[in-house]
Write a protein that binds this ligand. Structure first.
Ligand SMILES: [Zn+2]
Length: 80
């Protein structure tokens, strides 16, 4: 049986790519029995949905960085 640590890693991996059937089966089996991992999985999906929705939000013009500030930030980042 998979450990909670392995399952939490697999949950994250499953967001990026489809896991092999046998791994998914082992993961599901663990999730049926482990409330902590079920809660973790739910939270991961909620966070992913929130992140997805945030990227769809259009910021008002006043909330955007001016070109001058952007250029300054890029310079600071480049110098690090
Ligand atoms: Zn677990």
């Amino acid at each position: 049986m998979l450990t909670c640590r392995e399952v939490s890693r697999l949950i994250s991996d499953s967001l990026e790519h489809k896991l092999p059937m046998s791994i998914r089966f082992k993961m599901r089996l663990h999730l049926v029995m482990c409330k902590n991992c079920r809660t973790y999985e739910m939270n991961v999906h909620i966070m992913r949905d929130i992140a997805k929705n945030l990227s769809d939000i259009q910021l008002p013009e006043t909330a955007k960085l001016s070109d001058e500030i952007k250029a300054r930030l890029e310079k600071i980042i480049a110098e690090r």
